[in-house]
Design a binder for this molecule. Sequence first.
Ligand code: AHR
Length: 502
Amino acid sequence: MLQGHIVVDRDFTIAPLDRRVFGTFVEHMGRCVYGGIFEPGHPTADAHGFRQDVLALTRELGATIVRYPGGNFLSGYNWEDGVGPRDQRPKRLDLAWGSTETNQFGTNEFITWCKAVGVEPMLAVNLGTRGPDEARHFIEYCNHPGGTHYSELRRSHGYDQPHGVRFWCLGNEMDGPWQICQKTAAEYGRVAQETAKVMRWVDPGVQLTACGSSNRSMPTYGHWEHDVLERCFEQVDFISLHQYFRNDADDIKSYFGVIEDLDSFIREVAAIADAIAAKRRSPKRIMLSLDEWNVWYKAHTPDDLRKPGWPVAPPLIEEVYNFEDALVVGGVLITLMNNSDRVKAACLAQLVNVIGAIMTEPGGPAWRQTIFHPFAHASRFGQGEVLRTRIRTDSYSTSTHPKLDFLLTSVVHDPATGRATVFALNRSSSDEMQLAVELRGLGKRRLAHASQLHHTDLKAANTRSTPRAVEPTEHRTASLAGDRLEATLRPVSWNVCVMDPG
Ligand code: AHR
């Protein structure tokens, strides 16, 4: 049996965990908006056309912030098309996804949906076809109380009070040749600087994210972050990271290595941002927003991306997640928590249907994909401060990673409630692991919850006909004696043990 030994002490913390790391993403793409969160006529739809089954699952998922409206869609989007009387909204060609956009859902509907779910909106401004002028009007429309053209326009649309949107993204993946109006780092850095400046003049309370690289393999990676931040360091609060994880070799051992790659990505981007700070002798620290991440590789063929005839909301990249994808998503969540000092926001891309945690059938049911479960656990129990862990465990190697620990873990303690939670991934595909956690300085406790996500088939998936094939079960081996938690972790399993004082 493998050993996994963890020591934590309540006084040794990494940082408070920003709950915005449990964000997700709704793009006008495929069936994410239309047929996902919004389906007038669906048996569960409310007066707004919001599917209540999806809304309830979004709450259960524990999403805290939701990015909107894109994605690549953003770079050709006119926000004005999506507000005001629905019968006057234009239909447009969406060049990003080869679809027709009806604009029956727009900013005000999104804000209303966010309020209904209980999540914070994260809006994005188009820096592809448009720029600072559109951005200053859009933020005036959303956040200015009244008495000006765009704030009064919002009020005339039935939204008397400002939306008060705090978190804004300055464009999307502007380094990518697939982007509508791709830019060089110099071009983008400059327009981001000026856009951020005027947006802050409209509303000084906003938090702004500059686009980082579209992924760590981009040829301009590193230089892009450096050159963009050289220009807009003073004006922005965050730089974004995007990363989609793949299992091309169809080998769970190497697939798990993508988690370490993300850790390196986070450290590298933080180092570049800090180098810019150092050159300026600035104490300012740019924080990281992983505002698109997920597993995405199975449904990634040209056929999935563009359908002929400019259809409305065609099914696009409807990845069906399996058990091993859920394990990787769990490992990524552990990594995000362990980087809580720098990663202050993250969005699982996307929420529904399009590489979604939730799947729906038009007019039919909604169900949880496998990846839903570790995310819901992490959001439900990931509250408070992330503790430093001293870990002793066995490790293995792959052709790309000389040392991968079998045990991947994060321990979170909430000083407000006293609750402590251990998240643990056993990455061995063959061996059980004896887990022992010494919880120093946390006093007497009792086990409040212990669950595991495990399946004997790595390819098991939740589908319309088997929606509960992969779901958490009670962890029967977890026990607590004094300040020591013990549990036997099954091979390839995600485990959560929650301890309350008393
Ligand atoms: O989430 C799907 C797409 O992936 C987004 O539109 C884009 O930003 C990324 O390339």
